[in-house]
Design a protein around this ligand. Sequence first.
Ligand code: F6R
Length: 598
Amino acid sequence: MCGIVGYNGKEKNTLHILIDGLKALEYRGYDSSGIAFKTDKIETIKSIGKISELESKIDFTTNSNTGIGHTRWATHGKVTTSNSHPHTVGKVTIVHNGIIENFNEIKKELLNKNYKFKSETDTEVACALIDYYYNKTNDIKKALTLFSDKVRGSYALGIMVENDNNIYAIRKDSPLIIAKNETGNFIASDAIAVSKYADEIMYLEENQIAEVSKDSITLYDKDLKEVKTNFKNIDKSLENTDKCGFDHYMLKEIHEQPKVFRDTVSPYLENNIDSLLETMPDFTKYNRIDIVACGSAYHAGLVGKNLIEEYADVPVNVEVASEYRYKKNFYDDKTLVILVSQSGETADTLAALRKAKNDNIDTLAIVNVENSTIARESEILLKIRAGREIAVATTKAYSAQVAMLSLIALNLASRKGNIDNNEMIEILKDIKELPVKLENLIDKEDYKTIAEAIRDKEDIFFIGRGIDYAMSMEGSLKLKEISYINSNAYAAGELKHGTISLVEDGTPVIGILTEEFLKEKTISNVEEVKSRGATTIGIINSDSNYNFDYKVEIPKVHKLLQPLLTVVPLQLIAYEVAKLRNCDIDKPKNLAKSVTVE
Ligand code: F6R
């Protein structure tokens, strides 16, 4: 999703700083980019496509101390240079992340005031509105407060004004950081954009205004009263974006899963269950759990539901955040709302968190990015330790989310006395051995052969029951998002209620069979598609004996841990298919890593 970077300082190589920042933000997903910088005037250069296209238009010998840059992920208006940011109207130039919801009505008002527009974007309207208020007040900070009173929606803005040497920033419901080093100051939509240069960082709060000069940063609240800054050292490890010899970040991140599992679990669970009970809060007072998330994080929630309901006897309601935030929710003071998010910035998940908090419901976040908005605003934080995930399609963060939900199930089940000693010994043994099992599974050769069988197909089905249905949903999403093959996940028993009419000769059907007491049922459903000509692919435990056209055997472990193994073949089949189809695996078309608009 869109990214912002800005610099104001003593260095004259602002153009390099901006481009480095934009490159670091590439992982979020974008379709055009641009920069605006000060020489004796404000100059703007924009381009559609990759940042290399923008770079080719820039004369890097130009000296400038001040500038803002942007990667755009189109929301309002097509991918064109005129729709790209920065936008300039009158004396004001801005870059914007977010969506101005009432931009149409504001545009009409501004057209009546003789403003003219060159783009189809809400951002240009925001820019014109700021210019309008600036002309009225002759004070940019006042203009920004009037702007925030007028607009509905979300925004993180970087702003430059004609004949003013500062840059300004303001945000609402869209993240923005400010940062500094000895020679200058930065704004950015995340720390990664400036970690190469900056030493200290802080997060701008809602509707705060930052006035960023060459040698100081001053913060103001909505009433333009000065507020204190609170800088912390920046995490320099963010800079490390080496692929370590892998062809793609996605593959590297799949390979990191054994380590991520260890890193995520070990702060809570060492050699015995007591360590878990000491480090993870007691959730037994809750008689209902709502898990709220988007995309793969939602799928992780579905796995969590299966495990928590089965082992802890607590009903779990899993919902997509974009729905949950607007519906009637039947929660009370015995409900725990769990928000699951890799980025910690997903707009809908954040809105669901705020809604629950507003209704005085207890909230817990499972988040990867420390200091993200969801991590900061939730009451309880269980941090997963996936490290930085660069590939847009999540792999290791999904696994870490599942691992954390498994720990929550184990924590609850253990406190409730639902797991006897022998079973606990088995679980602890499996936890210890899981990283090696993951490594062996990742290194298998089967995925390429299966990918060859799928690469030219137009429709694929994933089927499973119980937790295997939740895994089917993740497998199907992974495949479609990076290979662009239409795939659908179905509860295996549901197929014959309509969908089976789509199965014909050679249609691939991937059956997931790890649920012990449901396996035979799913096998019957695989038989049904086989009779209609389907090519069958089984993801099965080593002890299941059934004749598929292709199969991947995965080790059998305790059910609390099984999904962590099941997902590996699903990720690697998707990866190999996308590779055969020459897709841009790490940056699939139209997708963004951090979805900060609803
Ligand atoms: C799919 C994927 C997305 C994210 C979703 C939520 O591979 O990555 O579906 O899972 O956008 O993102 P987070 O977890 O950052 O809230």
